[in-house]
Design a protein around this ligand. Sequence first.
Ligand SMILES: [Zn+2]
Length: 67
Amino acid sequence: MGYWIHLKRSLDQAMMHRDRCLEIPSGPHRADYWQGGWEEYPDKDSALDALENTDATSQLKCPVCKP
Ligand SMILES: [Zn+2]
């Protein structure tokens, strides 16, 4: 199962999601500096590492899919 990190620079926030979370947009994932971007990771450990290494002040886990 994959994991996703959604970086929202406008909110200075990064949020981790599980694959298939309803919040993950379908279709091509677009990265935009202010709206942020979605990045996929193959496993939970890499996603957690990446989350901790973002420069966002808030590093959260999604309340919907609870990764
Ligand atoms: Zn989620």
